[in-house]
Design a protein around this ligand. Structure first.
Ligand SMILES: [Zn+2]
Length: 453
């Protein structure tokens, strides 16, 4: 395994290894199983869900040879899921004390020579563009930009830990033969952050990042296959000396222990600049990939000559923690599609409520309910009789978490009779009350579509 391909990008395109055949565990498992049943996983769908097939069937994303291989575009429903995910990540990061920045998707070749990407990672980068005597490259990672932003101001120990986050674009020159779906792409939107901190703060910051990853997995209804402590292997090209590597690996192990997480150490899987914790997820066929990472880096702070003024008035070197909660938007959505068979948790579903008027006479009432839902921030649509029989419309909306059927009685008394994706049919409620309950589940990112009480 070539260490130079082991950049920290959690969108790591490592050859997949078969996962041990473990039964689903954890809180989300029941919900997921229910979702899969409700997703109408008919006999023909026994095979593991494939995000490429589902993505096309559900109208989430597609590709076009004219745009190019490995450059998928997102359709409105797919973009809805992705934006909801992005908003979730940004709000979680804000709550955890991160500040967001924006940086350009390209930079001068020198930037990557300093960071070490040019020599350690060059084969994965797009060729440079010559422009008036300068060479510009599409960035293979966000770290160098963030290091430069850190360096742009004098820093005091009082500012540390300084947590800098960005959902930003990065690029990888994959060969066209291996491209496909959302998992092998050339343009990647990465949920990235860099924490600049003192050596004493590293274990606690890494622990907090692991906790954030755990919270996100619970909200998303996905579960890690395993935690991997990725260490350097023999013969790889690595920056920095063995002393720093051992220290960094010990700090990551401490963070895992503080979280009470079991992990496996794996040699040869580290980034070129430091060891990392990889959170592995498995697809339906048991193939593993890395979704989330936490990495410790003593190398780039050195290369960019980063510093801060300590309480002693002297200049000190910060440590850089690279961290991604859900990896790239592409890989995260691909995994979510497969893990839920397209039946996303209610807060993430592209359409959360479909209102079904039984006949044309209930159309106006159905529209009013959809408007009431939209006022509560819900994504609602009306599917009228022009789309076929009630049975056909119910089947077409089988992945939508909530259906509201409006017949003559409901139209007359202002109630709605809900049908939940998991098969439950709560008693009819005044429409405002029913929508408030749906909005509460969405707001809390609940796994249960209709909590008791
Ligand atoms: Zn980084």
């Amino acid at each position: 395994m070539n260490a130079s391909r082991r950049h920290h990008a959690p969108d790591d395109h490592a050859p997949a290894t078969p996962a041990p055949g473990r039964a689903p565990e954890g809180r989300a498992a029941d919900g997921q199983a229910a979702n899969r049943r409700a997703a109408g996983c008919h006999a023909a769908d026994r095979r593991a869900p494939d995000h490429r097939r589902l993505g096309r069937e559900l109208g989430l994303f597609d590709t076009d040879p004219l745009i190019g291989a490995g450059l998928p575009y997102w359709l409105p429903d797919g973009a809805e899921v992705r934006h909801t995910l992005e908003e979730y990540i940004r709000s979680e990061e804000r709550r955890a004390g991160y500040r967001h920045v924006h940086s350009p998707v390209l930079g001068k070749r020198e930037l990557y020579e300093i960071s070490g990407h040019w020599s350690h990672y060059g084969e994965d980068m797009f060729p440079p563009m010559d422009l008036g005597g300068e060479q510009l490259v599409l960035r293979p990672s966000l770290c160098p930009h963030h290091a430069v932003i850190y360096r742009s101001r004098a820093r005091s120990y009082r500012e540390l830990p300084l947590r800098m986050a960005e959902l930003g674009g990065m690029y990888r020159s994959e060969l066209s033969g291996v491209l496909g779906g959302l998992t092998r792409v050339r343009a990647i939107q990465l949920n990235d952050a860099h924490i600049f901190c003192t050596p004493d703060q590293v274990a606690e910051e890494a622990r907090a990042a692991l906790e954030m990853i755990g919270r996100a997995y619970r909200a998303l209804g996905i579960r890690p296959a395993r935690y991997r402590l990725s260490l350097p292997g023999a013969g790889g090209k690595y920056a920095a000396g063995p002393g720093l590597w051992q220290r960094a690996a010990a700090l990551l192990a401490e963070a895992l222990d503080r979280c009470g997480l079991r992990y496996e150490a794996a040699e040869g899987e580290a980034a070129f600049y430091g060891p990392k914790i990889d959170v592995q997820v498995a697809d339906g066929a048991g193939r593993e990939s890395t979704l989330s990472t936490v990495q410790i880096d003593f190398h780039q702070p050195e290369r960019f000559d980063l510093g801060y003024t300590g309480p002693d008035g002297a200049r000190h070197r910060p440590v850089m923690i690279h961290r991604s909660v859900i990896g790239s938007m592409e890989r995260a959505v691909a995994h979510l599609i497969e893990a839920h068979g397209g039946a996303f948790p209610a807060w993430l579903a592209p359409t959360q409520l479909t209102v079904l008027p039984i006949g044309d006479a209930q159309w106006a009432r159905a529209e009013a309910i959809a408007r009431e839902a939209a006022e509560r921030g819900l994504r609602a649509e009306v599917a009228g009789a022009e789309r076929g029989s009630l049975g056909a419309r119910v089947r077409a909306a089988r992945l939508v978490p909530y259906l509201a059927v409006v017949g003559a009685r409901e139209a007359a008394d202002g109630s709605v009779a809900l049908r939940l994706r998991d098969g439950r049919r709560p008693a009819a409620l005044p429409s405002g009350e029913a929508l408030d309950r749906i909005a509460a589940v969405v707001r809390d990112r609940g796994a249960d579509l209709w909590p008791a009480g």
